[in-house]
Design a protein around this ligand. Structure first.
Ligand SMILES: Cc1ncc(COP(=O)(O)O)c(C=O)c1O
Length: 331
């Protein structure tokens, strides 16, 4: 049975904007943090802003099943499982292997608890194929499946970050805080950065927007981000010029999900301001911000995109061993 709760209504809007005093002191310039870890009390982070328009669309089209994919510890898969399920939808996700860590394992356990079905796959391309086949099989049975791409990063989902720029502009004005010179976010599937760029194009003087790359460049080249940002603007019937796509390339280390020393140091520094980062996305984004700020001290804004909602409530029986078919995804 469908719930009448709308995800859009539940977004903590606006998310808090705070000065990170210890980080600012350490890097020698102001670093503000947009607390998108608090987009939702049950499970927050950047995925909620993308899922709000995607799930509203699913509801409008009478979708019965949401199919999506990601790495084993994907925040997007978990967020989709939590929020689509709360709307009464069946959620199936195809998962690709990822380097193991305590956080990645926790996310996988939570996804296993929250999603209806998880399909372990050998790679992202085979996960895409598995979803396509599953969608055909569901349609043949009369169901109405919808595929949400990696990270929820199509034009509709990423438009949530266009709206976030207007939220930020209004918040800066009401708090009497000057606009940032530089905004920084993690660049994974690219939807967050593309949405922020599109929003920056429409909302005006909010500084340069940088993405810190946490996946290999071949996965999401800069031209793809620009083309996604243009598609987001087209949805809003805008032909305004796009700001340049700026990407910090020095934080990836040995690859997606592989920890780096700079990211570990960033995690320790941000923890002094009470901010919890993860190895795969936000710690590398923070390391990129620190490098940029030490090179060019200006007023920075960090998009804190990792949910800070307690994971315990999503975990079910934490002591139960992970089934071998899921454990094999942790490398
Ligand atoms: C915590 C976190 N931050 C940032 C990102 C990157 O966002 P995007 O995929 O829109 O580039 C992700 C992506 O999964 C994420 O999980």
């Amino acid at each position: 049975m469908r719930s009448s709760v709308s995800l859009t209504d539940l977004i903590v809007n606006p998310t808090p904007l705070v000065l990170a005093e210890e980080v600012s002191r350490s890097v020698g310039c102001e670093v503000w943090v947009k607390r998108d870890d608090q987009t939702h009390p049950r499970y927050g982070g950047n995925k909620v802003r993308k899922l709000a328009p995607l799930l509203a669309d699913a509801r409008g089209r009478g979708v019965t099943h949401v199919l999506t994919l990601g790495a084993a510890g994907s925040h997007h898969v978990l967020a989709t499982a939590v929020h689509a399920r709360a709307m009464g939808l069946t959620v199936e996700a195809a998962l690709a292997p990822q380097p193991s860590s305590a956080h990645v394992e926790e996310m996988l356990r939570a996804s296993a608890e929250q999603a209806s079905v998880l399909h372990p796959c050998g790679s992202v391309p085979s996960a895409m194929l598995a979803l396509g086949l599953r969608s055909l099989a569901l349609r043949a049975k009369g169901a109405r499946p919808m595929i949400i791409p990696v990270g929820g990063s199509n034009a509709l989902g990423s438009s949530g970050y266009l709206d976030a720029q207007f939220e930020l502009a209004a918040q800066l004005a009401s708090m009497g805080v000057p606009s940032p010179d530089v905004q920084v976010c993690a660049l994974g599937s690219g939807g967050t950065l593309a949405g922020l760029l599109a929003g920056r194009a429409l909302a005006g003087a909010l500084g340069d927007v940088w993405g810190v790359r946490v996946t290999p460049p071949i996965a999401v080249p800069s031209w793809r981000i620009a083309s996604l940002a243009r598609a987001i603007l087209r949805r809003r019937r805008s032909t305004v010029a796009l700001p340049p796509v700026r990407v910090f390339e020095g934080a990836l280390g040995r690859g997606y999900g592989c920890p780096t020393d700079d990211a570990r140091r960033a995690t320790e520094l941000f923890a002094r301001d009470g901010l919890v980062l993860d190895d795969t996305y936000t710690a590398k984004a923070a390391a990129g911000l620190i490098a940029l700020a030490r090179r060019t001290p200006r007023r920075y804004l960090f998009w804190q995109t990792l949910s800070s909602a307690p994971a315990g409530a999503l975990l079910g029986s934490a002591d139960a061993p992970l089934p071998p078919r899921l454990r094999s995804l942790l490398r």
